[in-house]
Ligand binder design. Sequence first.
Ligand code: KG4
Ligand code: ZN
Length: 388
Amino acid sequence: MNILAIETSCDETSLAVLTLEKKPDGLHYKVRSHQTLSQAKLHSAYGGVFPNLAKREHGKALTPLFKIVLKEAKMYTELKKNKQEKDTKKIETILEREEELKKVLPEFLYSIKKPSIDVITVTIGPGLEPALWVGISFAKALGTLWDIPIVPVNHMEGHIISVITKGKKSFTVPELKLPAMALLISGGHTELVHVSKIGTYKIIGQTRDDAVGEAFDKVARMLELPYPGGPEISKLADESRKNNYLKKYTLPRPMLHTKDFDFSFSGLKTAVLYTLRDNPPKNKKEVAQLAEEFENAVTEVLTKKTLRAIKKYTSQTLIIGGGVSANTYLRGEFKKELQKEKTKIPLLLPSIDITGDNALMIGIIGGIKYIKDKKRTRVLKANGNLSF
Ligand code: KG4
Ligand code: ZN
């Protein structure tokens, strides 16, 4: 079975084609093509993602990206002529509110032979609704024209499943040791999720204000570093550690000792603001020292609270997903902390190329869902606040 996966929840336009086979040892995936276009540079002028700009850029990018992906998956065949009036009408209605898509997508679809795609999976939330709608409309247009089912996917479930690929182009869905604990850390989310099995989740704690990635981005902005700020802060912090710069700043560890599993990062961000006002770094070295202290504070809160959650819920596996899981220091600290524990539960992390938003993870989870429950979805609706 061939799957086309679509992800447009934020500022990454991503498409993937996967082949899914049910084998005696489990579900086997082969990545035929996977392409992601980032809009980050465009948004950097705004210091964050600007929803309507994201919508326009997804609309522009999807059709040419689709052509590339189809070619790579060896599913692209041009047609001389094949325009059917009744389908044109249907697709035009679906794309009514998609200014960019409707300019190019119908014509492209009528210029190619139906590829051997059996099912489409698309992110329906959480994320920016105008951006999500572009992917959904794209999915609907294809699904309608080619009469194939569409599986709606929760973006955060995608981040959880992203840990299974181990960076390979060919992989089998492993038997996870359950229950698992998933720490999801991205630009929009910071949550601890108890995973009783794939498809059954319970949020046991989350941020009360800013998400971790958001805090990285905001602090980076204060330090006049470009967006996205996470990798920039991380680079400076690593430089500070490598050079053994002394600890110059002390930032708070918000909610480290509270009994719940919630987080709060806006106070930490404000503490950085006050530091910049009262005791500003005088040179690049001091900026690096401040970046290190910020990264240390975030990491300490995340590791300590996650480890406590693992104990309380007797989790058998720790999964970390989302854009911030790319952070080298954080990865290292989690490994170290888990090593110290008697139980030595496995730590699953996404390979670096898919820590951020991507269609591959949307294809994997969509495929699993489709195999489990072959329902055709008729109503597809973006939900910016979709939760588990
Ligand atoms: O999952 P993601 O790509 O998009 C959302 O769904 O939000 O996460 C993006 C976030 C951004 O806030 C970015 O600054 C952060 O992930 N990020 C990092 C690193 N790489 C990306 N944060 C800390 N360290 C990194 N190396
Ligand atoms: Zn994400």
